[in-house]
Design a protein around this ligand. Structure first.
Ligand code: NAG
Length: 201
């Protein structure tokens, strides 16, 4: 999967991955093990439509503050788990592996070098109006400040599953729980956890 637009990588790339559908409403929270006083504070995050659909546009709205300048190396690691309901009685989670052969950077529970990835998308697509109008940088460094998509809302995210082989595609529908951890040379920058659903109907 990939966006048709460069992403504000920290947020959007994490949202468009093999996450995903049936019952869970989108919800998010800081990670339980987030250190107090993390540099990244997510204040608001939402995704529409809910559930998001494959091969269609979804839109992300967010507001987040960062308390110090973030520069390379900036690492984002995703832990994606599919929530599986067995016989309506028992709920378990299956880890989605990093499928490094999909997309430009791999899809699944992968680790990404954010600044390098942002440069890559910037060179391919430039920095579109949804970002520039909101004052959201498309490349590193991310300066200390408050960023939001609320000025001119709706960062588009396209869930392109054309590169996903047929059989995994059939299992894409479902509920997912994802942990996104961002760290730089000084340690943890921030961590959030969210649940969402994907439907491919
Ligand atoms: C971030 O960097 C800019 C310029 O590179 C500098 O003026 C500013 O003081 C830095 N901010 C922090 C919080 O370190």
């Amino acid at each position: 999967m990939m966006t048709h637009q460069p992403a504000f990588c920290c947020f959007v790339l994490s949202l468009m991955l093999l996450i995903g559908g049936s019952e869970a409403k989108f919800s998010w929270k800081p990670c339980d093990d987030s250190p107090a006083g993390s540099a990244l504070n997510v204040l608001q995050l939402s995704l529409t439509p809910d559930p998001i659909q494959t091969d269609a546009f979804a839109y992300a709205d967010f507001e987040a503050g960062i308390t110090r300048n973030l520069t390379a190396p900036l690492t984002m690691s995703l832990e994606i788990n599919k929530i599986v309901h067995l016989f309506w009685l028992y709920k378990t989670e299956i880890s989605v592996p990093c499928m490094s052969w999909l997309g430009d950077y791999g899809i699944g529970s992968c680790t990404y070098e954010v600044c390098e990835m942002c440069d890559h998308f910037y060179q391919l697509y430039g920095c579109p109006a949804e970002y520039t109008d909101n004052g959201i940088p498309c490349t590193c460094p991310f300066r200390a400040g408050v960023y939001s998509s609320l000025v001119r809302p709706r960062i588009p995210v396209y869930l392109d599953t054309s590169s996903v082989p047929l059989v995994p595609n059939m299992f894409l529908n479902g509920d997912y729980r994802t942990t996104v951890r961002l760290s730089d040379s000084t340690g943890i920058v921030g961590c959030i956890e969210y649940e969402n659903s994907i439907t491919n109907i």
